[in-house]
Ligand binder design. Structure first.
Ligand code: HSE
Length: 407
């Protein structure tokens, strides 16, 4: 039998207990050994909950119990999760986590420590909730030279943008509704400002490109400035607006590869696999030089989908007890190119009387108007660098809104 300890009995922690209970027979068969939750660490007590007998408040009880071979860290945040994870790995216990903040901040270091101690640090649930994406990158796609990993990695913002698109509502109204329904956090900053997606794409880009992409280096914009007018015009262009998190490699003959990473709202053309990813769903798009396009789609958040990915990692850790799974993530920092050098077209909205001037300045071939937004025109610019666009944007002084276009 393998005993495990769950750190944190919140949304994901209670999901982990539920997944193990519900699918116990199958999980034990697949792991090859019975898996049992021996302890749950939480500051709180849960009287009346069957888990109460397993609640401990002192982490040392878990650390000092040699029967506990796997620690499930689902506390979130850096403190005390970082110290607890290090201590578990030092003690020769594998750690499975959904904690994207911690993986983005200390992933390569914790992987190295796990390797040194012959155990595993697994974090499938840190990106895309229940969607399998980290394990495919680490195993199924190892023959690929991956040049793009991008995706819709935040369910809250995708829900808000979808509702705005379907109902024509304003950002603030949908956010409030989402909070009332429990879909969005009371403090929604990490989601709506793109910080959550930024951590996730830092992890995925590090795994795809093999070196550490620091989340602080990733240019990040959230969705708070997207308006119903942007959405009405996006529909005119047959595009959808999504908060896209992306990592790219640009290869040019005779030059060193350049790497870019960004989180920002993008307009996506119909026909792109991400166009139709709606509601709380997440999707990760990966392009490899042999494979071409592939996409992983599913429930990117929520107690049971996330817990399912954590428990999948627990099973993997049981199957590989005393053997570290190889993860291609070097501690060396990957230098990202300045996002201002990235080339792309942009969508802009301008006052109707500035239409011709804007078309000339931004080299736009076509402009449209829209019944829902009287007095305005919108256009797609030619492909230009972010820097050139910014210069023109400042020179014009009348552009009402701008959104990047995914190519
Ligand atoms: N707040 C996150 C989301 C939860 O909305 O996607 C999963 O990380």
């Amino acid at each position: 039998m393998i005993s495990i300890a769950v750190l944190g009995y919140g949304t994901v922690g209670s999901g982990v207990v539920k997944v193990i209970e519900t699918n116990q027979e199958k999980i034990d068969k697949k792991a090859g050994l019975p898996i049992r939750v021996k302890y749950v660490l939480d500051l709180r007590d849960f009287p009346g909950d069957p888990i109460q007998d397993k609640i401990v408040h002192d982490y040392n009880v878990i650390l000092n119990d040699p029967e506990v071979k796997i620690v499930v860290e689902v506390m979130g945040g850096l403190k005390p999760a970082y110290e607890f994870t290090r201590a578990a790995l030092e003690a020769g216990k594998s750690v499975c986590t959904s904690n994207k903040e911690l993986v983005a901040e200390h992933g390569s270091e914790l992987l190295a420590l796990a390797r040194e101690k012959n155990v595993n640090y697994l974090f499938e649930a840190s990106c895309g909730g229940g969607i399998p994406v980290i394990r495919p990158i680490n195993s199924s796609l190892t023959a690929e030279d991956i040049d793009e990993v991008s995706g819709i990695l935040n369910g809250t913002t995708n829900y808000i943008l979808t509702e705005m698109t379907e109902k024509g509502s304003a950002f603030e109204d949908v956010l409030k509704e989402a909070q009332d329904l429990g879909y969005a956090e009371r403090n929604p900053e990490a989601d709506v400002e793109g910080y959550d997606a930024c951590r996730k794409i830092a992890i995925l880009s590090s795994l795809a490109f093999g070196k550490t992409v620091r989340y602080e280096d990733i240019y990040t914009e959230g969705i708070t400035k997207i308006t119903p007018s942007d959405i009405s015009f996006a529909k005119k262009f047959d595009m959808s607006i999504k908060l896209l998190a992306s990592g790219h490699k640009v290869t040019e003959d005779g030059k060193e590869d350049k790497y870019y990473a960004m989180v920002a709202p993008f307009m996506i053309r119909r026909g792109h696999p991400l166009f139709n990813v709606n509601g709380v769903f997440n999707a990760v798009f990966i392009h490899g030089n042999m494979l071409g396009d592939s996409m992983f789609y599913g429930s990117g958040a929520g107690s049971l989908p996330t817990a399912s990915a954590v428990v999948g990692d627990v099973i993997d850790a049981v199957r590989h007890i005393s053997r570290t799974l190889f993860v291609f993530w070097d501690p060396e920092k990957l230098e990202l190119s300045d996002h201002k050098t990235a080339m792309r077209p942009f969508f802009i909205r301008v006052p109707l009387d500035k239409k011709d001037e804007a078309m000339r300045l931004f080299n736009a071939s076509d402009a449209v108007t829209c019944e829902e937004v009287p007095g305005e025109a919108a256009m797609l610019t030619s492909i230009m660098s972010e820097e050139e666009f910014e210069k023109k944007f400042n020179e014009a002084g009348y552009v009402l809104s701008r959104i990047r276009i995914n190519q």
